[in-house]
Design a protein around this ligand. Structure first.
Ligand SMILES: Nc1ncnc2c1ncn2[C@@H]1O[C@H](COP(=O)(O)OS(=O)(=O)O)[C@@H](OP(=O)(O)O)[C@H]1O
Ligand SMILES: [Mg+2]
Ligand SMILES: [Mg+2]
Ligand SMILES: [Mg+2]
Length: 351
């Protein structure tokens, strides 16, 4: 009998591979006016929109009844000022949709030569991501480019997809085109996929190859621990991390990188600890920024909670609700890390 979520797994790998090829080629051709600034001041590029259209249209073909919570929407593309961007996105999405089938692709996903879609179909595919989320039933999340700032710098970013059933993440996948397969060998092959299915483990695959390696987090001590953290100080409080680092006696410098590549690195044993501490501006974390990554870490033997020690709740809607931060670490160090986080937070509250 096939393992649970076998079809979802095959589709997710196929969609992420195609989306990574798309974003990689966009990076090499991106011109200045192909990036917009969204209402929250964050950047979005033609690559974000085209990748969401691609993944969403594959999901819609394979699982037509499943709602999608996607980061992007097509509002800015439907107006006259968005015409040039819109045309470019349609062209890029169609290039990716029409690319020849490779191992693991299935014509039933609606991809392959001769599958060109019209402008409206592409915009509607983007907008399939407008689901409000919630506690019941199946839903997918898509973050077509996570770490868009890293993407624009030519550094780390990730194409991220998850399947959530009744608020529990069942499948998480992230594709990291710029990440070395082995971080200790910066010149090693670049391009990784991290994939986890609940109860089936966490795996790393080369972006363009079939071999897969099971990932288990090693045991860490304060001497071997180092932080993984956001590049942008606006996304996670670096000063809180410094305090926690001192409390834990960590001596190694933090490893800063954009996107959920941090969760993938953590799952394979780079660093040992990922903290995302609220900066106090009332930002609500989005489910697509944490659902795939948190399952990767849990399936590799780690623990992911907020700073109260509670599991992240993916059933509250498009966000994780009030921001209590994220504490992700190896199973044996997580209790000590959580204690240090709570100590640092109560010291901060007294100031
Ligand atoms: N203020 C604030 N606080 C916390 N998080 C925020 C904030 N603003 C944005 N975002 C989200 O951060 C996502 C990128 O996260 P990263 O871990 O890659 O951050 S960083 O770029 O390394 O700083 C980024 O995801 P993308 O938009 O997909 O890049 C945002 O969803
Ligand atoms: Mg964004
Ligand atoms: Mg994101
Ligand atoms: Mg994004």
């Amino acid at each position: 009998m096939a393992r649970p979520f076998a079809r979802e797994r095959q589709l997710a790998i196929s969609a992420v591979r195609r989306a990574c090829a798309l974003t990689d080629s966009v990076f090499n051709k991106l011109v200045k006016n192909e990036t917009l600034t969204k209402g929250d001041k964050s950047p979005v590029t033609v690559g974000d929109y085209a990748a969401q259209a691609l993944i969403s249209s594959m999901l819609a073909r394979a699982f037509p009844d499943d709602p999608i919570v996607g980061e992007e929407d097509s509002k800015d593309l439907r107006v006259e000022e968005g015409r040039a961007l819109r045309e470019r996105i349609v062209e890029l999405a169609n290039e990716a949709i029409n690319a020849p089938l490779i191992d693991g692709d299935d014509v039933a996903w609606g991809i392959g030569p001769g599958q060109t879609k019209k402008t409206d179909e592409i915009l509607d595919a983007i907008d399939r991501g407008s689901h409000e989320g919630g506690r019941n039933g199946r839903m997918w999340t898509i973050d077509p480019i996570d770490g868009t700032k890293g993407f624009l710098r030519g550094e780390q970013y990730a194409v991220c997809v998850s399947l959530i059933v009744d608020a529990q993440v069942q499948l998480g996948i992230i594709g990291c085109p710029n990440l070395p397969l082995d971080l200790s060998k910066p010149d090693s092959e670049r391009g990784c996929i991290f994939l986890a299915i609940k109860g089936q483990g966490c795996f790393q695959l080369p972006l363009n190859g079939p071999s897969e390696a099971l990932l288990r987090m090693p045991a860490f001590t304060p001497a071997t621990l180092s932080f993984l953290e956001s590049v942008e100080a606006a996304h996670s409080s670096h000063s809180t991390t410094d305090t926690i680092s001192t409390l834990l006696g960590i001596t190694k410098p933090p490893l800063r990188m954009d996107s959920q590549a941090k969760y993938g690195c953590l799952a394979r044993g780079d660093g040992g600890l990922y903290l995302r501490m609220p900066t106090g501006v009332g930002y609500r974390e989005k489910i697509w920024d944490h659902a795939p990554g948190s399952l990767l870490v849990e399936e590799a033997g780690g623990i992911v909670t907020d700073s109260r020690g509670e599991r992240l709740d993916f059933g509250l809607g498009r966000t994780l609700g009030e921001n209590f931060g994220v504490v992700a670490a190896g199973g044996e160090v997580h209790p000590a890390v959580l204690k240090a986080v709570q100590q640092a937070n109560s010291a901060k509250a007294k100031v």
